[in-house]
Structure formats: structure tokens, C-alpha cells
Design a protein around this ligand. Structure first.
Ligand SMILES: N[C@@H](CCC(=O)N[C@@H](CS)C(=O)NCC(=O)O)C(=O)O
Length: 246
């Protein structure tokens, strides 16, 4: 059976999780606890040497990178639920949106998330305890991000990320004003991958994402949140215990 290692239904982890629920492909869910830094433990780095979630294990193969996992599932596990356009132009449009979320939208939202939550997680550690944790992080850029989160991100960096977030939600809202889904006429991986980042912004970024400023974006978020697969995903996770089965 497929095994998915994730932090649960949020951000990059949500992309393959929701894809699996939409497609109805059975899988073993392994939820890692970010507060315990389980993703930097040796057993998990043996699965993904980058020490990041999500990671999909399919027999003796490991697939990483959230959007790549979604495409892999479409290729390897075709079901009657098709999440990719049949034609090349449709797939190209879909990939413009998945590339954009991976390279732009997810990063600005992530930095503000780290500023708000990750910093607090590590501020209570002594310098020695913190350095011990940083030593276990395999990706240098992530070590830098953990340090920045602890020290406090520079204000000009936070301002720039907020500018990018405002631009991103404007771009989504403008497009969704005359499109039901991101790709014309079909719910695709583009919607899943962008929803994974945008969902919750009505609360976390309520001054930017709300019915007055971004009515189309809110309509699209609500429309996806009402899908049976999304409801099942949240119900299932409520029943799971945090901490991965190896
Ligand atoms: N490009 C990767 C990024 C993965 C990523 O940033 N994962 C985050 C969770 S959303 C993570 O593992 N963060 C913990 C860390 O880097 O220490 C993907 O799309 O899968």
C-alpha cells in the first residue's frame, strides 16, 4: 500500500493528501509532528534526505516534492476522478498555476507563517539545544530559515513578503472573477495545489482575503472546501494520532 508522510492537511502536505482523497486511492497516512522535529530524525531522513514533507513511498520507490507527487499519482494511479486536462494546452495551463504556487505564492505565505509560529516554537530553547536541532537539518537554506525564525526576520523582508501575498491574492481573485476553476472548465491539480496554500487565509490574512476585497477567491475556497473529499480528509485526520508509523 502507498504510504504518505506529511504534516497533515495544510500547505505542501495537503497537495498529495487531497489528491489521494479526491482520487479515492487507499494509502497509509503517516503524520509527523513538526513540534518534535520528527522530519529531521534519522529514520525520516532515510526516506527523504532533505528532511522535508511530504514524501510518498510506493513499494521501493520514494517520490518527493508535493506537486511532483500529485502528478505521479495521476500517472500511476488512474481512477475515474481525473485531475489533469486531457489536452496539452490544458495541462500547460495547469502547470503554469502549479509552478506559480511552488515558486512564488507558497514562499511568501510560508515566511510569514514561520515568522508567526516557528519562531515561537524555538524561542524557548537554550542556544545549545537549538544548535543541536539545527545540526540535524540537512538543507542549508532551511538551517538559515530556522535561525532567522528564532532571531526574528528582518522587517524589510517581512514587508516584501506581505507585498507578494497581496499581489498573489489579487492575481487569484482577478482570474477567478471569470473562471470557475483555475483551468478553464475543469477542477485540476492547479486548484488543489493553490487551495492548499490559500485555504485558511480568510482567517490568517483576513484583511487581504475576505468577501469585500476578494469575493471570487473566497467563493472558490468555499467551493473547494465543500467538496466531499475535503470533508473526508479533515474528518480522517481528526481521528489520527500525531506521530508517524515507520
Ligand atoms: N518544495 C517542497 C517543499 C517542502 C516543504 O517546504 N515542506 C515543509 C512543510 S510544508 C517542511 O517540511 N518544512 C520543515 C522544514 O523544512 O524544516 C515541496 O513542494 O514538497
Amino acid at each position: 500500500m502507498l504510504k504518505l508522510y506529511s504534516f497533515g492537511p495544510a500547505a505542501n502536505s495537503m497537495k498529495p493528501l487531497l489528491t489521494l482523497f479526491e482520487k479515492g486511492v487507499p494509502f497509509e497516512a503517516n503524520r509527523l509532528d513538526p513540534a518534535k522535529m520528527e522530519h529531521h530524525s534519522d529514520w525520516f531522513k532515510a526516506i527523504n534526505p532533505r528532511g522535508q514533507v511530504p514524501a510518498l513511498v510506493d513499494g521501493d520507490k520514494v517520490v518527493t516534492e508535493s506537486t511532483v507527487i500529485c502528478e505521479y499519482l495521476e500517472d500511476e494511479y488512474p481512477t475515474e476522478v481525473v485531475l489533469r486536462p486531457a489536452d496539452s494546452f490544458g495541462r500547460a495551463q495547469m502547470r503554469v498555476w502549479t509552478k506559480w504556487v511552488d515558486e512564488y505564492f507558497c514562499w511568501c505565505v510560508s515566511t510569514i507563517g514561520w515568522h508567526r509560529y516557528v519562531g515561537k516554537m524555538v524561542q524557548n530553547l537554550s542556544d545549545a539545544e537549538f544548535e543541536e536541532k539545527v545540526k540535524a537539518i540537512p538543507v542549508v537554506e532551511q538551517q538559515i530559515k530556522w535561525r532567522r525564525a528564532r532571531e526574528g526576520f528582518p522587517q524589510d523582508m517581512l514587508d516584501e513578503e506581505m507585498r507578494k501575498i497581496a499581489y498573489s491574492v489579487r492575481r487569484l481573485d482577478d482570474h477567478l472573477a471569470d473562471h470557475e476553476w483555475l483551468v478553464e472548465g475543469q477542477y485540476t491539480l492547479a486548484d488543489i495545489c493553490n487551495f492548499a496554500i490559500a485555504n485558511g487565509m480568510q482567517i490568517g490574512f483576513a484583511d487581504l482575503v475576505n468577501k469585500e476585497e476578494t469575493p471570487h477567491l473566497v467563493r472558490w475556497i468555499d467551493q473547494i472546501a465543500a467538496r466531499p473529499a475535503v470533508k473526508t480528509m479533515y474528518e480522517r485526520v481528526e481521528l489520527e494520532n500525531l506521530g508517524a508509523r515507520r
